[in-house]
Design a protein around this ligand. Structure first.
Ligand SMILES: N[C@@H](CCC(=O)N[C@@H](CS)C(=O)NCC(=O)O)C(=O)O
Length: 310
């Protein structure tokens, strides 16, 4: 775990001293788009996606790549699940440059880069740079930028639902997706307790929404559902224990349980979920919160059971 400072790698854990025990996530450093006629134009084989199978943010991009039929257009490389003193690593080395360390991609893109070195990364092989390293942007890019190439016009951010999707995303991001990290990485009891209570308040709200609607932003699956899904699928096997998010389990919420199963059972989605890799990453990499590195055996819900949603 570490960060780049002016292009030099420093092995360091998150600084929560300067924020009174709070985990504060850094903004992504590369935020370009892909559009026809633009600097980054949609082309088959031009872009490469770097992910961790364990990472909920990277997982969103894998899901959208699958749903939008982009697998043959955008190849993917996967980091090793253990993120240790060198940050994310490739074993074997990644295919474009033979790099062993994910931070080498960042310094290839910008020699004096300062900031955290995260996945996912959407790489441009033409300009040899990072187009974007913010998953929220990458899934929007995948949602529409390659439609002319793939002929797949499925829309997970439809015009008429954007207001609702944005509003759901806002709360889900802050209190659930990032909420589990803010709870798990807190280094003071009172910060932990506040974050944990807020997280479960948000899950209670999701349970109510799903009692009234089939999905989070109405009656069709949108990006709001996929953004929530990647946290829910990790919750009982990882966040409940490792991040001390243990007021309730997902299994204790009937509507969320059925919804999670229904999303998991959508075509192609189960292949994007690797629970063993997910558990290995969290329990092994975060030695400040699990110094023995023992990976627990429990796997959480059986996601293959009938979802019972209609
Ligand atoms: N805003 C980014 C966050 C990505 C992120 O934090 N990824 C984690 C893995 S789950 C990471 O690479 N962390 C490495 C670090 O913080 O040093 C996104 O959504 O794409």
């Amino acid at each position: 775990m570490g960060r780049l400072v002016k292009g030099v790698w420093h092995d360091e854990w998150y600084d929560t001293d300067s924020t009174g025990g709070k985990f504060v996530r850094e903004d992504a450093g590369f935020r370009e788009g892909i559009e026809p006629g633009g600097r980054f134009a949609p082309e088959t084989g031009r872009y490469h996606l770097y992910v961790a199978l364990a990472c909920p943010w990277a997982h969103r991009t894998l899901i959208m790549r699958k749903l939008k039929g982009l697998e043959e257009h955008i190849p993917v490389s996967v980091v090793h699940p253990h993120m240790l003193e060198n940050g994310w690593t490739y074993d074997p080395p990644e295919p474009l440059y033979g790099f062993k360390f994910h931070h080498q991609l960042y310094t290839k893109a910008k020699a004096d880069y300062s900031g955290r070195v995260t996945v996912p990364v959407l790489w441009d092989t033409r300009e040899e740079t990072i187009v974007n390293n913010e998953s929220a942007d990458i899934i929007r890019i995948f949602n529409s930028a390659f439609d002319d190439l793939t002929g797949n016009t499925d829309d997970y951010y439809p015009e008429n639902l954007r207001g609702e999707i944005d509003s759901v995303n806002g709360r889900v991001y802050d209190q659930i997706n990032n909420g589990v990290y803010k709870t798990g990485f807190a280094t003071s009891q009172s910060v932990y307790a506040d974050e944990c209570v807020t997280l479960f308040g948000a899950l209670d709200w999701v349970e109510t929404v799903l009692g009234n609607h089939r999905y989070m932003a109405g009656d069709r699956i949108t990006e709001a559902d996929w953004r929530l899904f990647t946290t829910l699928v990790r919750f009982d096997p990882v966040y409940h224990g490792h991040f001390k998010c243990n007021i309730r389990r997902i299994e204790d919420y009937p509507n969320i349980t059925g919804y999670l199963r229904e999303l998991y059972q959508q075509p192609g989605i189960a292949e994007t979920v690797d629970l063993e890799e997910i558990k290995q990453h969290y329990y092994y990499s975060h030695d400040t919160i699990n110094p023995t590195r023992i990976v627990p055996l429990g796997e959480g819900l059986d996601l293959t059971l009938a979802h019972g949603r209609h």
